[in-house]
Ligand binder design. Structure first.
Ligand SMILES: [Zn+2]
Length: 125
């Protein structure tokens, strides 16, 4: 199960991902498909994440699809029909959103931890 508690952060990452599609040299059609994939991926992450698991080490997302009754291991590639047909799938969009989400959370927690030097300084005051 994924634990996406910071919905504001998820939405910010989704908006940024949509914005980034405009800075890549892809066709309009492909861009539209990626935007739809990002939107669906975001909606999925806002819903029930019981059957999703983030493998931090391998940077893969495990996802049980109730539509196909398959378990996908989503990395740079996906096992779904859309990916096999060269179409952007929401699984890969979702994987990227999850990766970005946990990377940012980790960064925030590092920034909010006072450094050793700051603690020493505070002790001297
Ligand atoms: Zn897929």
């Amino acid at each position: 199960m994924l634990n996406i508690t910071n919905q504001k952060l998820l939405k910010a990452i989704a908006a940024e991902s949509v914005r980034m599609t405009h800075y890549t040299s892809i066709s309009e059609t492909l861009r539209d498909k990626w935007i739809r994939a990002i939107a669906k991926g975001t909606a999925m992450l806002e819903g029930d994440t019981t059957f999703m698991h983030w493998d931090r080490t391998n940077k893969t997302l495990l996802f049980w699809s109730d539509g196909s009754n398959e378990i996908y291991t989503i990395g740079k590639e996906c096992q779904c029909k859309a990916f096999a047909n060269g179409v952007p799938c929401y699984h890969r969009a979702m994987r990227r959103l999850v990766e970005q989400y946990y990377d940012r959370l980790e960064k925030f927690s590092r920034v909010s931890q006072p450094s050793r030097a700051a603690k020493k300084e505070a002790a001297l005051v």
